[in-house]
Structure formats: C-alpha cells, structure tokens
Write a new protein. Sequence first.
Length: 563
Amino acid sequence: MNTDQPAIAARRPWVLKYPSGAPLDMGPLEFESIPAMLEASVRRFGGRPAFESFGVRITYDDLDRLSRQFAACLQSSPGLQRGDRIAVMMPNILQYPVAVYGILRAGMVVVSVNPLYTARELEHQLCDSDASAIVIFESAAHTLQGVLARTPVRHVIVSSLGDMLGLAKGALLNFVFRSVKKMVAPWSIAHAKRFPQVLAEGARRTFQPVRVHGEDLAFLQYTGGTTGVSKGAMLQHRHVLANLQQMRTYFGSRLREGEEVAIAPLPFYHVLALVLNCMMIVRLGGVQVLIANPRDIPRFIKTLANSRFTFFVGVNTLFNALVNDPAFAKVDFSRLRIAGGGGAPVQLPVARRWKEVTGQVLSEGYGLTETSGAVSINPPTLDEHSGTTGFPVPGTDVEIRGDDATPLAQGQAGQVFVRGPQVMAGYWRKPEETAKVIGPDGFFATGDIGLITPEGYLKIVDRVKDMILVSGFNVYPNELEEVAVMHPGVREAAAIGVPDASTGEAVKLFVVRRDPALTQEQLIAHCRANLTGYKVPRHVEFRDVLPKSPIGKILRRELRPEA
C-alpha cells in the first residue's frame, strides 16, 4: 500500500471492498483527448471489426478513414470552425460513430439530440446550443424542415438507413423502411447534403489534424437536471476519458482488450450508451452490434442469437421485455461476462428472472448526465443482485448530506453529492444554474436521495420528488405542464408519476379545464403533437381545482397519495 492509500481509504471507505486486484484510485489519464484514444485503438486493432449493423461490419481502419473524411468535409464547410456545435440526431446506425468521431477530430462539439423529438423540442435544443450544423436521420428531417429557419443551423447532413450497408442491401433496406414509414426520399431541405456525399467530399480533401486538449468541450448532453429547465451539460474530453478509465480500472480483467462483443441497444444520444458503448468499447478494441430499434423484440432476439456477445448494458424495461419472451431463453449466453442496468432502477423480479434465464447476475449502476455516466457500479463478482447501485467508482467522492448540507453518518439517508474527475464543467451558458448544483468544494448536488450501506454500497432510495422516470428517461413536469396549458381548453395542469408495470412509471396529468367539452383523448393528442412519445401522459384526470400553496404554487406532492 503506498502512502496515499490510507488517506484514500479514510475518505472513501468502500475502496477497501473493491474487487480483488482493483486499484483504489484511477491514476492519471491515459489520453489527452477522445481523438487520441481513437487513434491509439486504430493502431492496435486496425483490422478488427469495430461496429456492426444489419450484418455489415466496419473495422477500426474503416472508422479511422471515414471519420477523417467526415472531419475534412466539416473543416472545409463555409463558416464552420473549431469549437462549433454540431447536432447529431440519429438512431444507432453505422453513421453515428463515424459522425461523432469525425466531429471530435475536427475539434468541434457534439450536441446529442433524440431523433424522436418534436419540432418544439428540436428548435429549443438547436437554438440553446447555437448549433451550426446538424446530422439528421431522414425520418426526422421533416421535423427539422418546420423549424430550420428559426435556428442557427446553416449546414444539414441527411442520413438514410442504408447509407453504409452496401449498394444492394442499402437500397433494399431504404426501400422497405421508407415504405413502412410512408416517406418520400430524399427530403427537400435547401442546401442539404446526403451522408455519402459528405464522405465523398471529405475523401477529396486533406484532413487537417487538430490538437484537442482535455479541457476542450466534447459533448453538450441535454438534461432537465434537478430543476426541470432544459440545460446542456458541458462534458469536456477529460470528463468522458476519466469515466472510461474509472470503469476500466474498476472492472479490471473482466474487460478484455480486443475480445469484447458488445450489444448496443440503448441510443447513443443517451449518456449511458454514449460512454459505455460508443466510447469505452472502442477504447478496448471490441466490436459493437448496433440495435437501431430495440423495441422490435423478435428481431432483437434474432440478432442476439447470431452474436456471441460478452457485454450487454440496458434498462429495466428492455430486460423485462426480453426475459418474458420465450425465444430469449434459447439464446447462447455462454460468453456473457458483464450485464448491467442503468438509467432507472433494476427491479428485483426482473433481475431474478434474468439470472434464471442467462445464468448471469444483472448488475445495477448509478450515474447522471452531469457525471459523464457512472458514479457507482456493482462489482462484477456478485452472485446475486444487491438491490443497490454498488460502490462509487475509483476517484469518486460521494457524500450523503442533510438539509443543512452537513455530511450524514453511514446508513442515514440524505441528498447524494458527488465529486470526481467525471463531473461536468457546468451547464452551457447558465452560470447561475451551475452555481446551484456545484459548490465551491467541487461537489455536485444530484438531487437524488440515497445512503451508504454498512457494506459501503450506494443505495438510491428516492429522487427529486417531481421528476418522473419513464423507461429510464427523465420526464420533467414543468415542461409537460407548459405544453398542456398551451391547449386553449386547459386552465391549469399538474403532472406526476404513477407506478406502471411496463415502464416503471407513467405520466398522469391532472387538469382544470377552461373548456368543459375538452376530452382526455383530445388533450393526449395535443401532447403527442408537442412531446416525445415517452413524455406523453398515459392518464388524464379532470379536476375542479388543484391543491395550491398560500402563494398560489400548485402542490404536486398532495396529488401523489391520491393517485
């Protein structure tokens, strides 16, 4: 034990219970930037497969070449320069990592956008991030068309499902997809470029390598945070690289360089998949099987059956759907070493059923967008689901604090505060909001309620009271209520979460009508037109009045016991 280790153990007692061989701290960063990490993997694993989609693979050499071409085209585009924000609005297809690594290699910033966003949501994010360009999947291009003129976006790159799948297969998949979606392609956005066109232009130009530093901004990951106000968490290269190294250090020999076969069903625009899959597996030189539509469970299971996978990260609702499909039990799980759940609590019945079917423990972790992913993870040596989120990862300080912000004793529940090299730089252009959650001591106030168990595990027992968690995605009542009262028939609205067997929680909306003729169906249709699907209320209840405080604030907490 070196001289620093007693001090580390005194501050972080859980490190003494880390898996055998795991160091107590993460050590210095291996790489200065994400492009440097990619280039190291290319040198080591060049001819090995990196990503697979619809049976088509690209190698690390391919990823290197294609991302350079993408970066070269960005560098030559009028008005684009280092530090500009480039929105990426696509599902998990081969174009996604090519675009993301190309943007970062050009010294620009990735703005992750949900491809299911409505026009209102998309316009807000593009304007708030001051995005100069967007890479968008063609099925979402019509959403962009309606708001493009009101955004700072001046360059549009439209991608199709089959762009990187070869001429015959790509054309067939595009035809089938467009037929199912009843789309007309290509979309007629003025001056838009197609993804293959961008790669071809980049191939004709010379990529100018950019020296990217750890403090440079890499991602703007949008989150409602603890207040419900949509904000961009500023993740620098060093934040993401630190979280990769923390997880790699923690898992040790369970993660094998050049051998991992990872299933990637969670969308890369979500921080969990972005860091665990799109980044960490590339660092390890593994191959990732991209799942463009994980809701198609039969097709998903067929893909699993053809992939001797070693690594699988998902959310509770996905695991639940899989274990309840008889075909899933026929999949070969003999090589599976790591199966983890995040984004939402893993329910004990689901974890038990997963182990019955796969023979592997379904571990649970905890993290936030603001922490570049993981704060704590269960050790890979557990025999059963622990019911906790595991030990804080190396290099991470966690304190449980009371209402007066003083640390609480082990076992007492309070707000979870986190400090570590993975904690964001702050919220994009919102210094006041940043100051509310990151104190002078560097601790980030998560807004979640938790405790440290006698074994040293972090257990999340509650969270910000008003936030609703639907299938692992945050739904913020302020946004939903604002959309509801946009309807001329609504006077007041309050949104809460209610238990749901399928999604963990579902949205319930309490409404005071302005128009007595307004129906539940009409209001839900209005919400669906303005909100992503998982935010749309499943239940609507009309009331004559809503409970309020003396100053007129609607009290959601009084609606929960009634619901």
